[in-house]
Design a protein around this ligand. Structure first.
Ligand code: NAD
Length: 360
C-alpha cells in the first residue's frame, strides 16, 4: 500500500501568529508576498500581519476573488515574481490559499498559509483554477505541492461569520468522510479522518452557539487540519467530484455544495463502504451492534439532521440551480474522472441524474 505524505511545518494554537517571523527564518525565507482578501484589509488584519512580517513583506495582494480566476493568477505571479518573492503566504480561506498555491507553483517557490476557515486547502497539494472556456467558467484542478508552512491561529477565526463557519465546517467533515472510503486510503489518512469526524459535530455546534469560544474554534481548526491532511494524501471520489461539477458548472458556492451533496454521497456509498464508514458512525453515537451498512446509512441520516438543525442549505433548488440543468450536470458528473474512481461507480448517466434529482 504505497502512499505519499507532504513535508509541512504546522503551528496550531492561540497566538500562533506571533511565531511567524521565527517560522519563516527557520525555513530561510526573507522575501514574503502576502496574498489575502479585501475583508482583511478592512478589518485591520492585513496591516497586523504586515507589522508582524516587517521588512520581510515584499508585497501585498488583497484582491483575492472566489475560486481562483486564471487572470488573477497571472496578475499575482507577475507582481510577486518581479518582487523576487521566496514564498507566497496566504491569509484567508480556500480562495486565498488556492491563489497563493497557484502563484507559488507558477514561480517555482513554496507556498505558506494562515487559514481562517475550515476548508482545509492548506493541507492538500491540489488547487483549482477557474478558466473561461467559451464564456463558461471551468475549474481546472492541478496537483502540485502542499503549503510548506501552515499557521493555525484560532484567534483569527473568532469573527468567522456563522454561514462560513457552518459551510466550511461541513467541507471539513466531507474531507474526513470521503477520506475514509477513498480507494487510496491508508492507515494515517484513516486515523486523521476518524478523529476529525469525531471532533466536528461537537466543535461545530459549539462554534455556532458561541462564536468567540476559543477552545471550540481551536478544536474546529484541529479538525479541519486533520480532515485536510487525510484527504490531501488520498484520491477524492464521488462527493468531491460532484461538488467540483456543481461549483464549476452550476455556480453553486463551494461550501453550500458540500452541505447539499454530503448525505446523498454517504447514502449512495453505504452499500459498498459500510465497514469503512461504521467507525465514524460509532463516533457519532450510532449503535455499534448494527450491521456496518445500516450504521453508515444512519450516519448519513445524522449528517442530514445536523445540516437541518444548523440551518445549512440542503437542496440544489434552494441555491438557484434550475431543474432543467440536471441532465447537463449528470453528464458532467458521470464523465468526471474523480467520480469514476468512486468505489461504487454510476452505471450510466441516468443513474447519476436520478441521484442528482434526489438532492434537487
Ligand atoms: P473563501 O476562501 O472563498 O472565503 C469566503 C469569504 O470569507 C471571503 O470573502 C473571505 O475573505 C471571507 N473570510 C474568510 N475567513 C474569514 C474570517 N475568519 N472572518 C471573516 N471573513 C472571512 O471560502 P472557503 O470556503 O474557505 O474556500 C472556498 C474555495 O477554496 C473554493 O474555490 C474551493 O474550491 C477551494 N478549496 C480548495 C481546497 C483544496 O484542497 N484545494 C479545499 C477546500 C476548498
Amino acid at each position: 500500500m504505497p502512499f505519499t505524505t507532504h513535508t509541512q511545518t504546522i503551528h496550531l494554537g492561540a497566538g500562533t501568529l506571533a511565531h511567524l517571523p521565527a517560522a519563516l527564518a527557520d525555513l530561510g525565507w526573507e522575501r514574503v508576498w502576502l496574498c489575502t482578501s479585501g475583508s482583511y484589509t478592512r478589518n485591520g488584519l492585513t496591516a497586523q500581519l504586515q507589522t508582524v512580517l516587517g521588512a520581510a513583506c515584499v508585497g501585498v495582494f488583497d484582491q483575492t476573488a472566489p475560486h481562483v480566476p486564471e487572470a488573477q493568477v497571472s496578475q499575482l505571479t507577475a507582481l510577486a515574481g518581479a518582487a523576487r518573492t521566496q514564498v507566497v503566504l496566504a491569509l484567508g480561506g480556500g480562495s486565498a490559499i488556492g491563489l497563493a498555491k497557484a502563484c507559488a507553483a507558477g514561480l517555482g517557490v513554496p507556498a505558506a498559509a494562515i487559514p481562517t476557515t475550515y476548508a482545509g486547502s492548506e493541507m492538500t497539494p491540489v488547487y483549482g483554477i477557474t478558466r473561461m472556456v467559451e464564456g463558461t467558467p471551468r475549474k481546472i484542478i492541478t496537483r502540485q505541492v502542499a503549503p510548506r508552512l501552515v499557521l493555525y491561529d484560532p484567534v483569527l477565526t473568532l469573527d468567522l461569520p456563522a454561514a462560513l463557519t457552518l459551510t466550511t465546517g461541513i467541507n471539513a467533515l466531507a474531507h474526513a468522510l470521503e477520506a475514509l472510503y477513498s480507494p487510496t486510503r491508508h492507515p494515517l489518512s484513516t486515523l486523521a479522518a476518524l478523529e476529525a469526524a469525531r471532533l466536528i459535530p461537537v466543535a461545530l455546534r459549539r462554534c455556532l452557539a458561541q462564536p468567540t469560544d476559543l477552545a471550540a474554534r481551536t478544536e474546529m481548526l484541529l479538525a479541519a487540519h486533520l480532515a485536510g491532511a487525510a484527504l490531501g494524501t488520498v484520491e477524492m471520489a464521488l462527493h468531491h467530484g460532484t461538488c467540483h461539477v456543481l461549483g464549476g458548472t452550476a455556480g453553486v458556492p463551494h461550501g453550500a455544495a458540500h452541505c447539499i451533496v454530503l448525505p446523498h454521497a454517504l447514502r449512495f456509498t453505504a452499500p459498498v463502504a459500510g465497514p469503512l464508514l461504521a467507525p465514524a458512525a460509532h463516533a457519532w453515537g450510532i449503535d455499534p451492534t448494527l450491521p456496518p451498512e445500516t450504521a453508515a446509512l444512519h450516519l448519513a441520516d445524522q449528517v442530514a439532521a445536523l445540516l437541518t438543525e444548523l440551518g445549512a442549505p440542503t437542496r440544489l433548488s434552494a441555491v438557484g440551480v434550475p431543474r432543467s440543468v440536471l441532465p447537463a450536470l449528470a453528464h458532467a458528473v458521470h464523465a468526471s474522472p474523480t467520480v469514476r474512481r468512486h468505489p461504487r461507480p454510476f452505471h450510466d448517466e441516468a443513474e447519476a441524474q436520478a441521484w442528482l434529482a434526489a438532492m434537487w
